[in-house]
Design a protein around this ligand. Structure first.
Ligand code: 13P
Length: 253
């Protein structure tokens, strides 16, 4: 289902008390979330259970993990399995964030395994894609993103791919204050949707949420989110400030 989604990615920030306060504040400032919308909090692993508690009686709000392992269980010290996420009622997981790709060498093929195991346990992947600056400058961004989709998602059936949320996050716009223009975002989102349509058909492609990520703030969210192929955002820095993130939720279509 193609929901309009405001997803907070807290990354490796906040203490327990700060996280608890931020959730309390965001929830108290957020009016009802529409049926066509979803709000997702991707919190650090130690706060997943706490976040699930916060949103337990809220409609259309969900908790996401920021990562998962590709195996069910076993001798993988320090890792978190989707089975564990499932057992604490986490419903989404970010897979393939550019920071994981860069600092932990996660390849498209490895990410495909994570996508599979998440879907097997009924957890919806938020699959991140996006190009670095030199690729954008040479005009190779469409081809680059197409390869990411191909190598991590295209082995999925149509029924499976409908469970995936895609987040286009151009690396040059992450944490830099430099946002893609709404035209650049729309152009890439339309490209992603047309690639999905080529592989799975238009009807399926039209059911997939494609989020934009990279320096989304209260001041630019509305213009970006109102592009026809942009279905909300994956928000880093601005999701750590309650009023900012609430304004971003309110900017959803
Ligand atoms: P910023 O919003 O801080 O640029 O981060 C974007 C991001 O990486 C979300 O996953």
């Amino acid at each position: 289902m193609r929901y309009q989604i405001a997803a907070a990615n807290w990354k490796m920030n906040l203490s327990w008390d700060e996280a608890d306060n931020l959730l309390t504040e965001v929830l108290s400032l957020t009016a009802s979330v529409k049926e066509s919308q979803r709000v997702v909090f991707a919190v650090p692993a130690p706060y997943l259970d706490m976040a699930v508690g916060h949103i337990a009686d809220k409609f259309h709000m969900h908790v996401a993990a920021q990562n998962c392992h590709s195996k069910k269980s076993g001798a993988f010290t320090g890792e978190i399995s989707v089975q564990m996420l499932n057992s604490v009622e986490v419903e989404y997981v970010i897979i393939g964030h550019s920071e994981r790709r860069e600092y932990f060498n996660e390849s498209n093929q490895f990410l495909a395994e994570k996508i599979d195991i998440a879907l097997e346990y009924g957890i919806k992947p938020i699959f991140c894609c996006g190009e670095a600056l030199p690729i954008r400058e040479s005009g190779g961004q469409n081809e680059f993103v197409s390869t990411q989709l191909q190598e991590s998602l295209y082995h999925l059936s149509a029924e499976q791919v409908k469970q995936v949320v895609i987040a286009y996050e151009p690396i040059w716009a992450i944490g830099t204050g430099k946002t893609a223009s709404s035209e650049q975002a729309q152009e890439m989102h339309a490209h992603i949707r047309s690639e999905l349509a080529g592989k799975y058909g238009r009807e399926i492609a039209d059911q997939i949420s494609i989020l934009y990520g990279g320096s989304v703030k209260a001041s630019n969210a509305k213009e970006i989110f109102h592009q026809p192929d942009v279905d909300g955002g994956l928000v880093g820095g601005a999701s750590l400030v309650a009023e900012e993130f609430v304004a971003i939720i309110n900017a959803l279509k």
